[in-house]
Design a protein around this ligand. Sequence first.
Ligand code: ATP
Ligand SMILES: Cc1cn([C@H]2C[C@H](O)[C@@H](COP(=O)(O)O)O2)c(=O)[nH]c1=O
Length: 218
Amino acid sequence: MSNTGFFLSFEGIDGAGKSSHLDALAAALRQAGHTVTLTREPGGTPLAEQLRHLLLHHAMDAHTEALLAFAARRNHVCQVIAPALARGEVVISDRFSDATFAYQGAGRGLDWDLLLQLERLTLAGFGLNPDFVLKPDLTLWFDLPAAVAAQRLASARLPDRFEAQPAPFFAAVAGGYARRCAEDAPRFARIEADAPRPAVWQQVLAAVQSRGWLKEGA
Ligand SMILES: Nc1ncnc2c1ncn2[C@@H]1O[C@H](COP(=O)(O)OP(=O)(O)OP(=O)(O)O)[C@@H](O)[C@H]1O
Ligand SMILES: Cc1cn([C@H]2C[C@H](O)[C@@H](COP(=O)(O)O)O2)c(=O)[nH]c1=O
């Protein structure tokens, strides 16, 4: 087993099917000998979970959404993600900064360059190089048409403020993920999420195996 930590994020529009695979990937990596922290955004610390509740359930404008998301992220990185990576562990986060670009940028219409500035302000300074901005080593982007996600969510839980948005909002959010992926392609693995669960899982495994973090047959 390697003792070098790495950072994975799962991204996609609501209902894309991330949750089904987060636990399974954490289990596979633990089986391979890694210590894994499985966490989520917004959230992951007591303070960030309170900010999550505000973001998901209280009306606010797009700037406030973005500032809350980055404030929660800063606390999460300082308290959980950076210390775990420094110990050589694996961190898997259900969403990270790409979500703010997709939801508040492409979805709500906030300026992309403004979000890049907030990202730098929040996430620079965690490496030896002061210009290094903390990003996942690999982002699994669950790409699913907004109409299919809406069908999947229709019979599910009571929607929060984002899940209650109409399909065009999610089409815009998906466009935001596509833009982030185009701007930093080596970091992303695009998962075709409009497939049966076992086929989606095979894509998740293949992406992680291709980085050498799991052996084939794991
Ligand atoms: N491959 C699949 N085919 C059909 N339905 C699926 C598939 N994967 C997940 N689902 C169903 O779609 C719904 C949403 O899945 P899930 O909660 O995993 O999505 P998610 O990406 O985690 O969403 P969110 O970000 O909103 O929490 C659930 O009802 C789940 O059972
Ligand atoms: C990190 C982050 C999240 N959001 C939105 C995206 C989702 O609708 C919710 C989180 O819920 P999930 O079911 O646990 O994925 O929050 C956002 O708008 N901006 C962000 O930065």
